[in-house]
Design a protein around this ligand. Structure first.
Ligand code: TYM
Length: 374
């Protein structure tokens, strides 16, 4: 009997993986795979919640699995598989759909970000609108005018929400339920992810508890495991937003397969804050982010980094940072290039065989509990 606790996590094969994905998630998996019974998935069914080119999706699915291996996921210790090859995920998602509430999904940050609701509701726009309305009717001083302005704002928010909601695909809305199915299907104890996925893991916890209460003890209630360093790597072009596969500018991120030359160029272009000293502070969010990246790849603390660069400027710091990242990614990319498609497809097939047995057993238990004939 395997007494180890289980971890489950995954990455979408959409866009190019970056150091945020590595530091926030994959690096943590590599460390945890000795201690835990580990399952890592390439979540292609999640990827199709936004438009994908079919050939590109196939290519990316293989690329992600190779990245797992190059990063140090050992198929002898961990199972790696493709989500769409284990149809139990979709089946459990459907069953969980019957106990989740629309309101729980509507409040998910990722849904609001991906539909564009967040951007459209940006503070400045809404308050500008209110001010304009208030001015139209003669200033915000009087209570009546303030109420009118507030009403206008509420109306605008509702209209934006309604429009973006109606235009968004149902898959995008239901995304967290499929993620809950991924996690709950395997009796997962711990879900190692970046901070942006915490809300989704919370939903998985709520759904596990709700199902258990309705139908009797069935699911393990999972916990997220978020590594402090690297939990939220921010964009190199904008430290207010996280580094993202889907950010429009490539200068937002260092991709795991970027060449040394590109990495140097991107670090050089990375935004910095005013002043020239290398200090780790909330008042300098851009520099803080770069120091965090430096710290994560060099195993040095921000304090140590501050003292290395005392009396030096951004130029020296950035040059060294680029070399530290290049020094990590060069051997990583060599390992990546040495893995053949054939090899990775075999590992994925073996992974599928292994996890499907677990998935089928759990799904049969669920089906029996809810009254299906198995
Ligand atoms: P995805 O593909 O967006 O991201 C993969 C992992 O990378 C982390 N991450 C980051 N960490 C730190 N800084 C960043 N800038 C950054 N950007 C991304 C994410 O938190 C994630 O851990 N919904 C998931 C995939 C998924 C999943 C699951 C995860 C599907 N089913 C079940 C765990 C368990 C996602 O979109 O990840």
């Amino acid at each position: 009997m395997n007494s180890k606790k289980r971890i489950f996590s995954g990455v979408q094969p959409s866009g190019n993986l970056h150091i945020g994905n590595y530091l926030g998630a994959i690096a943590n998996w590599v460390k945890l795979q000795d201690e835990f019974d580990s399952i890592f998935c390439v979540v292609d069914m999640h990827a199709i919640t936004v438009q994908q080119d079919p050939e590109e999706l196939r290519k990316k699915t293989i690329e992600i699995a190779k990245i797992y291996l190059a990063a140090g996921i050992d198929p002898k210790k961990s199972s790696i598989f493709i989500q769409s090859q284990v149809s139990e995920h979709a089946e459990l998602c459907w069953i969980l759909n019957t106990i989740v509430k629309n309101g729980e999904l509507a409040k998910m940050t990722q849904f609001k970000v991906k539909t564009g609701i967040f951007d459209e509701l940006s503070e400045s726009e809404s308050s500008k609108e209110v001010k304009e309305k208030a001015n139209e009717i003669g200033g915000v001083e009087s209570e009546k005018n303030a109420k009118y302005a507030a009403f206008q704002l509420a109306k605008k928010i509702f209209e934006i929400y309604k429009k973006e909601f109606n235009d968004a695909g149902t898959g995008l809305f239901d995304y967290p339920v499929l993620m809950a199915a991924d996690i709950l299907l395997y009796g997962t104890d711990v879900v190692p992810v970046g901070e942006d996925q915490k809300q989704h893991v919370e939903l998985a916890r709520d759904l596990a508890k709700r199902f258990n209460q309705k139908f009797g003890e069935t699911f393990v209630v999972p916990e997220s495991r978020i590594k402090k360093e690297g939990m939220r790597v921010m964009g190199l072009d904008n430290p207010e937003k996280k580094m993202s596969k889907s950010a429009e500018s490539v200068y937002n991120r260092i991709e795991l397969l970027d060449s040394a030359e590109i990495i140097r160029k991107k670090i050089k272009k990375a935004v910095t804050d005013s002043g020239s000293e290398i200090v780790y502070s909330d008042e300098k969010p851009a520099l803080k982010n770069l120091i965090n990246i430096y710290a994560a790849f060099s195993e040095k603390t921000p304090k140590e980094i501050e003292s290395i660069y005392a009396g030096k400027g951004y130029g020296d710091f950035k040059t060294d940072l680029a070399e530290i990242i290049v020094g990590f990614l060069t051997p990583f990319q060599e390992r990546y290039a040495a893995i053949s498609d054939q090899e990775v497809l075999e590992i994925l097939r073996a992974g599928k065989e292994k996890v499907q047995t677990l998935a089928k057993a759990k799904l049969d238990e669920v089906k029996t509990k809810i009254g299906f004939i198995v």
